[in-house]
Design a protein around this ligand. Structure first.
Ligand code: MCA
Ligand code: AMP
Length: 504
């Protein structure tokens, strides 16, 4: 083995004639076919002059070819950087510049918009469209199918995933081969995945959940995936009877529960439903069990750590908890002030250590030092407790973060933007309960004395600069923001004030 990630996840399937991907158009791609295409892609990437260790950014719609490029990067020793297709050009410029990516693969329709940035930064550009066309596909068609896997060690970087920060700037989490491999294997074992499994895959491929949890687990197990372009109720309902497992964010489950086609018969063939990325309400857990007979298995993870805990596959899956620490992962609760470890049922900050924990933040040694202790424990920013049976309960977050439908929104990023708009003295962005997305952002603006802010114009500006999922669903004006004696904005007061804004 000279490239642990590639050899273990992909290479082992080089001669495997079993199906890997089932597509909505009726096409099936076997492992063997998938890997032959990936090897051509790997040749294409190196023919462009990329060298092992270089970063490849990709901002495309979900497709099998995106997975080919993931495999090709692993085989060629390149660092894979997937980006949300809804990022605007302004957001992309930051990611491309900060990551020092050598190549960006984008949809043809965005190529022109990206030209100024890519020229300025001297980045190569290729296209990949959701209908399996694009310049990279054309190039790969004439590349050789044989490829000598590039040697890598287990501590080499496999991926860079950006996660937003409390300062308003996204940070690149450096994930090594070991981080990805160890977590994929552990989850496969804990959740008892095998080659017989068919995973209903409706998550995006640019985040840990859809890429490293769902896809890597299936690659480890040698199972297959029904690759849906996105979550769509009709497609889910149609494909549940052909699947054995599904992984989703809580919104998947609340949307399914609101559909009267969900019943025991529909999920007859299923053995496992997993939920994560955001809190699953106990109410959703219990209602899902009542209607389907299945207890959803909730787990907890982060971009920086992959998965940390999981409810058991065979034991009791407890609603409102994220289960116990995974095999090989240590989890403790500490006092944020004294840093001392707390006892059973005491609430404090969650810290984790294990082969799943990332190497640090890209080009941010100070930030890394602050959050990743020298002894290997990572301070997650989540608040929780461990009960007498070892189950972890997440009770809140120390970090100011909104999770909407499984996507993270950092209020600071929006506040910096809003504070800069004409007529705005200051702003606060809070998360309020939303029946569909769990939480949704609301912006409270304090007008400056001179001219009142033009909300319609602000909404236009937001649209141009900020990805759609982060947009405040409502902007309201207030005379002032509530502050404590230290001058800190009391967001809890604002959250209480606006909590019923989107109540169902
Ligand atoms: C789409 N929109 C959203 C979201 N998704 N707005 C806020 N939050 C969202 N999550 C926008 C759309 O652009 C659209 O804009 C409008 O909201 C309604 O879109 P709709 O068609 O209803 O949404 P959808 O396309 O069906 O998507 C909802 C979704 C999707 C299925 C919940 O957001 C999703 O797949 N989320 C999963 C995210 C995920 O994988 N997270 C894992 C992160 P307009 O009004 O303009 O039409 S990894 C992680 O968190 C850690 C590691 C972990 O533990 O897993
Ligand atoms: P991300 O930065 O996208 O990786 O999001 C990670 C954050 O999502 C964690 O720090 C938690 O706050 C949250 N999270 C993930 N899974 C769960 C869960 N099952 N319950 C509650 N919060 C979760």
């Amino acid at each position: 083995m000279n490239n642990p990630l590639y050899d273990n996840l992909f290479g082992v399937h080089a001669e495997n004639d079993d199906p890997f991907l089932y597509l909505l158009n009726g096409k099936t791609i076997t492992y063997k076919q998938f890997l032959a295409t990936s090897r051509k892609m790997a040749n294409t990437l190196l023919e462009m002059g990329l060298e092992p260790g270089d970063c490849v950014a990709i901002q495309v719609e979900k497709s099998p070819e995106m997975l080919n490029i993931y495999a090709a990067c692993a085989q060629a020793g390149l660092v894979f950087l997937p980006l949300n297709p809804s990022y605007t050009v302004a957001e992309l410029e930051y990611f491309i510049e900060n990551s020092e990516a050598r190549l960006i693969i984008c949809d043809e329709k965005n190529r022109e918009d990206l030209n100024t940035i890519t020229k300025k930064l001297g980045v190569l550009v290729e296209t990949l469209n959701s209908n399996s066309t694009g310049s990279i596909i054309d190039k790969a068609a004439s590349s050789p199918e044989d490829f000598q896997t590039v040697a890598r060690s287990k501590d080499d970087l496999a991926a860079l995933l950006y996660t937003s920060g409390t300062t308003g700037k996204s940070k690149g989490a450096m994930l090594t081969q070991t981080n990805l491999l160890s977590n994929g294997n552990t989850l496969m074992e804990e959740w008892q995945f095998s080659k017989k499994d068919v995973l209903l895959h409706a998550l995006p491929l640019f985040h840990t959940h859809g890429l490293f949890v769902a896809t890597n687990v299936m690659l480890s197990a040698g199972g297959s995936m029904i690759l849906l372009p996105k979550f769509n109720l009709d497609d889910i309902i149609k494909n549940l009877p052909k699947s054995s497992a599904m992984m989703g964010v809580p919104t998947f489950y609340t949307r399914l529960l609101a559909d009267n086609r969900l019943n025991k018969k529909l999920v007859n063939h299923m053995r496992l439903f997993v939920s994560g990325s955001a809190p699953l309400l106990s109410e959703t857990h219990l209602q899902f069990e009542k209607i389907t007979g299945h207890r959803i298995l909730e787990r907890y993870g982060m971009t920086e750590t992959n998965m940390n805990t999981s409810n058991p596959y065979t034991g009791e899956r407890r609603a409102g908890t994220v289960g116990r620490a995974l095999m090989g992962v240590e989890l403790k609760i500490t006092d944020p002030e004294t840093e001392k470890e707390l006892s059973i049922n005491e609430i404090g900050q969650i810290e984790v250590r294990g082969p799943n924990v990332f190497k640090g933040y890209w080009k941010l040694p100070d930030k890394t030092k602050k959050e990743l202790r020298e002894n290997g424990f990572f301070i997650t920013g989540d608040l929780g407790k461990i009960d007498e049976d070892g189950y972890v309960h997440i009770v809140g977050r120390e970090k100011d973060l909104i999770i909407s439908g499984g996507f993270n929104i950092y209020p600071k990023e929006l506040e910096i933007f809003l504070d800069d708009r004409p007529g705005v003295l200051e702003s606060a962005v809070i998360g309020v309960p939303c029946p569909d997305f769990g939480e949704t952002p609301v912006a409270i603006l304090v007008p400056s004395d001179v001219t009142p802010p033009d909300i319609a114009q602000i909404e236009k500006d937001i649209k141009k600069s900020i990805a759609r999922y982060k947009h405040p669903r409502k902007i309201v004006l207030a005379n002032e923001l509530p502050r404590n004696t230290m001058g800190k904005v009391q967001k809890n007061i604002l959250r209480n004030q606006y909590q019923t804004l989107f109540a169902s």
